[in-house]
Design a protein around this ligand. Sequence first.
Ligand SMILES: [Zn+2]
Length: 612
Amino acid sequence: MPDRQVTRIRKPGTRGRGSPVAPFLDWFAVAQTVNFPVPQQRQAAAVQTITLPASPAAFANAGWPDIAPYYEGLATAPLTRDNVEDWLKSWSQLEELIDEAGTVAMIAYTGDTADAEKEKAHLRFSTEIFPQAHEQGVRLSKRLLHLDYTRTGLETTIQRFRTDAEIFREENVALFAELEELSAQYQKIVGGLTAQWEGETKTIPQLQPYLKERDRQVRERAWRVGNEAYLARRDELAALFDKMFVARTKVAGNAGFPNYQEYAFKSKHRFDYTPADCERFHEAVETTVVPAVARQLEYRRERLGLDRVRPWDLGVELERVESLKPFDDVGVFVDRAKAIFRRVDPKLGTEFALMASDGLLDLESRKGKAPGGYCTKLSFRGKPFIFMNAVGVADDVNTLVHEAGHSFHDFAAHSQPLIWQRSPGHEAAELASMSMELLASPYLQKPDGYYTADEARSAQIEHLEDILFSLPHIASVDAFQSWIYTSGDGHEAAARDRAWLEIRSRFERGIDWSGLEQERVARWYRQLHIFEYPFYYIEYGIAQMGALQVWRHSLADQATAVKHYREALALGGTVGLPEIYQAAGARLVFDATTMGELVTLVENRLTELRAG
Ligand SMILES: [Zn+2]
């Protein structure tokens, strides 16, 4: 079990597999020295506004003073509508070079956290270079906005730049720094939680395997000690959240918004849906998913021979007694993955094989590696990188397939010429990864994949169950955050706990929580997004609905579904969310009718799979 008590790497553009139910491991990042091939030189802009180094290697040892002059050059160069495209190209290339240099440093550090030099290089980028580069980027974006220039393919970039400029307030900079500090405190408290287990001190994630135990008493005990660890720090965590609430409310007020929710929608560039749409999503979950989950729980109750389902009965495997062991060697892990992605689409298979041959996969668990997993991109050379800690369990396969979905997105979106055109929001990023989980699921079976027919069947069942169970949790977390920032009572710790219980009982039915009120409250304190990434959660629900539509299409016509999937990814961030989803053959779903259809599809498939 990896030790989670490491510094979490926070780098924009690094996404991880975010199972919304499990703790969000993905951004716990940290890797061996990876031998990259020497990047090839990129074709320079026709007329360079500034002269740039030929490769990110030039910035490997750079400090901010080495980089600042390039921004200064772009900030002071003459800028007119006649040369704006060359200027943009130069700026974009500068961003690519810095981004890739910083990413290479992060990859090196996460692969080898004990190396002080690698840590220093990573920190130089994350704490010195990136924040200042970001500030300079805002300065340059203002020049562009001032020019009032736009064109096809650049509209969404300009819209994001304009929004960022509109909501920027100098007086909020200190508040963001304070929020960073408060987030670090949360991380420290939660990362340091331990529990006593059979005479040993264990971290909370180390208790996870016991929640799957067949022996009900064992899993109950593990469940209880895990929650007790949080409950013992509840007052401290509540006080910490009080401070976050105050700081966020101030941020919103300074920027002229009546509450933090409205600010968050703007700052997260949610141009295509509103808080009212999210409320419709919650209602749709309540009417379609909640009853479906209750049916699954009833099935579980019967299978386990219980009189009622208690919260510690949720982790135990129904389909098999032995855990899946998909591979015992990382070479096999990679080779089978190549075959699986080839089956999904030959082009995707080629891309994944290229990652393997180019040293862009660091998969096996090793001493000194940071825990968790992530996919990041090397912006200059236009290739992704996947990091994880595989130990040969089913979840490793799930993680790799998910992260590979992000990688295929990075490959496809790199066809967009400018760096800002390549990154859509999380709603589209997770559409890529969650769709791949479903698109790859028919091929997990041997000879291409890892499993016997029976094992593949149970892996699929678990995946589909996870999808259903995650949606009420997503709705709870989103509805709760909305309540916190708009009810007028969110500043009060006791009121928050009461509101959570009320919201939770709306979305979570069929589990007997009697006598466990405090433990039920503890759940929200475990959700790091609520503390550290406010309002970042509904994206998973939106993307899951999109992925289910892509999957539905693939069941009828696999080749066309994958073709549309790839076309959508290639759009990068050049169009709005509805257009990206449309290209993928899907749409944004907030309504109960469509959600109900998709839930029925999942339930029917579960019934089929269980029938064998
Ligand atoms: Zn992801």
